[in-house]
Design a protein around this ligand. Structure first.
Ligand SMILES: Cc1cc2nc3c(=O)[nH]c(=O)nc-3n(C[C@H](O)[C@H](O)[C@H](O)COP(=O)(O)OP(=O)(O)OC[C@H]3O[C@@H](n4cnc5c(N)ncnc54)[C@H](O)[C@@H]3O)c2cc1C
Length: 470
């Protein structure tokens, strides 16, 4: 009892000390009535920022802390209609587990999502293909869900947790002052965030989840690698005849990969990566011509390289003899019969990577830290991987009674995530380049590589496990 009273007193003194310091800042830089404090501020309430808020809301060690989520956009109204959203994500098993832990997954399932039980990847320059089937037939590779559904499920969960997480919609961080960057701030001062409504929030830890043009990343002056693929991702919701739709199909064309992901027994999500000129053309086609273009992209053999085709056919026969179970049969995706009106859209594609994800009192997550090509459907999953690790290190700091913005803990987050993100990023960037050429030696090399990988069960299991772990 005596210890508890002493702890409470020392907390009061610490808080009084802290407030004193804050008022000193307040009088120097702002009028005091505009200044508020929070233990953690998350700037950016997209899927990753809202996921972070839910994860922190579930940490029992953070129950008495003030956690604020800022979102520049207004709160979106959402109602499930027959029309599907044209932006989708393939959620890995690790992301699904995070959602289960935070009470978000049941909401996604109650709205809609579709299991992916198999995946076939092949190319247009040869007959080489790889097919992923989980070892256990009941296991799914991933789930496909609309971004709007995921965002709505997170919004509903945050609404249920409003006593623990404050969400400020229509509120953007207009400028940020970070100790160590802003010369006016003492080295251990709190981060100061000026909001668009004139208020100032001071926090021990600012989490930047404000997307690819992150203000938080820019303010921290992290060296950032940014490149454009000079490609667009054309998306649409396409229709098929009713079928047991649980296979994801991806074909590499010299212009970029085209993917069809299952959404329901009659709908698929199309993500077609191509040149800006071709994307413009696809966007301007009438519906019938667009459907023809998609079906043609999956079946045409105009890119077939005869030398690579012959060698890879021979290699396939050899593999069939030595590993009879390892050779997958080539299948074709269902024929597209329609396109949901108004569902076509085109997005520029690029790569962004911050050399650091943290500094004292600041951490970046999601696209603010790393943005990758969507060809492997890993972007948001890497973001949710950040959420899992960062909430773990914050909880550890809280359990040890340490400063939540301490670099010691944040560095653990950065090291762990860069070990995961960098190899994924390099592999995806490499695949993107490898498949952007139709030069015979490269086509030959990649075709044989794909066939050999397909025949080697343990290697495929390793790839699936890697993609599942976020
Ligand atoms: C065509 C395409 C297909 C894709 N498919 C997949 C897929 O299948 N699987 C997958 O895992 N990933 C996929 N991705 C990637 C995925 O969409 C992104 O990785 C993900 O949306 C990033 O989420 P985020 O929350 O980090 O950033 P964002 O979605 O950009 O959210 C940032 C949020 O911050 C807010 N904000 C910005 N500035 C401020 C500020 N100053 N103050 C307050 N709020 C602010 C914005 O309003 C926004 O809500 C795809 C991407 C594209 C382009």
């Amino acid at each position: 009892m005596a210890t508890q009273i002493l702890q409470k007193c020392s907390l009061c003194f610490a808080t009084a000390r802290q407030l004193g310091t804050l008022h000193a800042y307040a009088s120097r830089r702002y009028t005091s009535h505009d200044v508020q404090t929070a233990d953690i501020v998350i700037s950016g309430g997209g899927m990753v920022g809202a996921g972070m808020a839910c994860a922190l809301g579930h940490e029992s060690l953070l129950q008495n802390r003030r956690i604020v989520l800022l979102e520049a956009a207004p709160k979106k109204g959402f109602s499930l209609t027959e029309k599907y959203g044209n932006r989708t994500c393939t959620l890995s098993p690790a992301s699904v587990s995070l959602f289960e832990k935070c009470g978000v997954w049941s909401k996604v399932e109650n709205m809609r999502c579709q299991k992916v039980l198999r995946m076939q990847v092949w190319e247009s320059c040869s007959n080489a293909l790889i097919s992923f089937n989980p070892t256990d037939e009941a296991d799914e590779i991933a789930y496909v869900a609309e971004n709007d559904v995921i965002q709505e499920a997170l919004t509903q969960r945050l609404e249920e947790m409003k006593d623990r997480i404050e969400v400020m919609y229509n509120t953007s961080a207009d400028s940020v002052a970070v100790p160590g960057v802003d010369k006016e701030l003492a080295s251990n001062a709190w981060v100061e965030i000026k909001l668009n409504n004139g208020q100032v929030l001071k926090t021990k830890l600012l989490i930047g989840s404000d997307g690819m043009n992150s203000l938080v990343r820019k303010t921290c002056q992290f060296h950032t690698l940014s490149l454009s693929y000079n490609q667009r991702g054309v998306v649409a919701v396409v229709k098929i005849d009713e079928t047991n739709n649980n296979v994801a199909w991806q074909r590499f064309l010299p212009t970029g990969p085209i993917a069809l992901l299952p959404m329901s027994s009659t709908a698929m999500s199309l993500i077609w990566t191509t040149s800006p000129e071709h994307a413009n053309q696809l966007m301007s086609l009438d519906e019938e011509s667009f459907i023809d273009a998609v079906n043609d992209a999956y079946i045409h053999d105009r890119d077939m390289n005869s030398t690579a085709g012959q060698v890879s056919d021979m290699f396939q026969k050899v593999l069939q003899n030595i590993m009879p179970g390892g050779v997958a049969m080539h299948q074709l995706p269902p024929i597209i019969t329609g396109v949901q009106s108004g569902s076509r859209g085109a997005f520029p594609l690029g790569l962004t990577h911050a050399s650091n994800y943290v500094r004292h009192r600041v951490a970046l997550i999601g696209d603010a830290a790393h943005r990758i090509h969507p060809l492997a459907g890993q972007g948001v999953n890497l973001g949710f991987g950040d959420v899992i690790k960062l909430s773990e290190v914050i909880a550890k700091a809280a359990a040890n009674g340490s400063d939540l913005g301490s670099l010691t803990y944040l560095k653990e987050y950065e090291t762990s995530r860069q070990r995961k993100v960098l190899p994924v990023m390099a592999t995806i960037d490499g695949l993107q380049r490898l498949y952007s050429t139709d030069a015979t030696p490269i086509v030959l090399l990649r075709s044989l590589g794909l066939q050999a990988t397909n025949a080697l069960g343990p290697l495929k299991d390793y790839i699936i496990k890697g993609a599942s772990s976020s």
